[in-house]
Design a binder for this molecule. Structure first.
Ligand SMILES: [Ca+2]
Length: 312
């Protein structure tokens, strides 16, 4: 039985690849819907980009909802410096024809969790956690119904990418992240420590291009685009592909390894706002609340990704 998921996302080229991987993997993943949130770019664009990606995958049947347009308590911080003005800079893709689904993303999350048997729906946040936290605040009864949360966010050894101390998704809405990490739900965290090991090397990007399909070319061009920024920033041989690690984890969890530890979110300090304070070395007696992933079989991940994208 495929796992039922809701993808909560702020596309973003890497979000796009994560969505494509999910839609290409119906044996393992059933996408109940996609909820857009403000993050890499403003909501209007993330809601549009999510539909562009569904159409690219030939999946206009997936409902896409627009959600929260700003963090719970703070002004929105965006990342056009990484993702470009549209959020999906790189390939030339047509504007979507499919409309947004009617209703608010938060209500879709609430109604979907209430409509399914408890413990059968997984949430996959790929952006700031605003939609998820808002749903938990509005309908606390759904918290116990969530099977698991598998999210991209945070960092321990790699520390920060938007500030020296914080990863972008958590930094943008630390109060929302705090609510999610304190929810008691089993959380799998895919931090920068992992994604910085999943670099799109020229050889790996050539493999996408060699698929010689609309999807293969689009993914290669997306990666070409944000690679420029990351290569310059990190001096690495390619850009990390963050969000697809979430959907890859759902398909092949044994590509990943980590530790069940306590993770708390800094919401007060100006200096370290949005830091994921991860007790990797278990130096406190704070109760574990997350499976914090520390390592990925990078080649296994790229082999899976290329094999699945070939299906679209
Ligand atoms: Ca994202």
């Amino acid at each position: 039985m495929p796992r039922k998921i809701i993808i909560d996302t702020d596309p973003g080229q890497d979000d796009a690849v994560a969505i494509l991987l999910a839609l290409a993997s119906p044996e393992e993943i059933e996408v109940l819907g996609i909820t857009a949130v403000a993050g890499n770019v403003p909501l209007e664009l993330t809601a549009k980009n999510a539909r562009i990606v569904c159409e690219l995958a030939g999946h206009t049947d997936i409902p896409v909802y627009a959600g929260c347009d700003r963090p719970l308590k703070r002004p929105l911080v965006t990342a056009e410096h990484v993702h470009g003005k549209t959020g999906l800079d790189g390939p030339v893709l047509p504007d979507p024809e499919m409309p947004l689904a009617e209703g608010h993303a938060v209500d879709f999350i609430i109604e979907t969790l209430r409509a399914h048997e408890p413990g059968t729906v997984t949430l996959c946040p790929l952006g700031p956690l605003t939609n998820i936290a808002t749903a938990f605040q509005k309908a606390p009864d759904i918290i116990d119904r969530v099977q698991e949360i598998v999210l991209m966010g945070g960092a321990y050894f790699e520390v920060g990418n938007i500030t020296p101390a914080a990863e972008f998704n958590i930094y943008v809405d630390p109060e929302a992240a705090d609510i999610v990490f304190k929810s008691g739900i089993h959380i799998v965290v895919i931090p920068l420590d992992v994604t910085h090991g999943a670099l799109v090397t020229p050889h790996r990007n050539d493999a996408f291009r060699a698929l010689d399909s609309k999807v293969g070319h689009a993914v290669a061009e997306m990666t070409d685009f944000f690679e420029r920024f990351d290569k310059e920033k990190y001096g690495s041989e390619g850009a990390p592909l963050h969000d697809p690690c979430v959907t890859a984890y759902l398909i092949r969890p044994n590509l990943f390894s980590g530790r069940h530890i306590n993770v708390e979110i800094e919401t007060q300090s100006e200096l370290t706002l949005g830091m994921t304070v991860a007790d990797w070395w278990r130096v406190t007696d704070r109760a574990p609340n997350a499976m914090f992933i520390g390592d990925v079989d990078a080649q296994g991940f790229f082999d899976l990704l290329t094999e699945r994208l070939a299906r679209l």
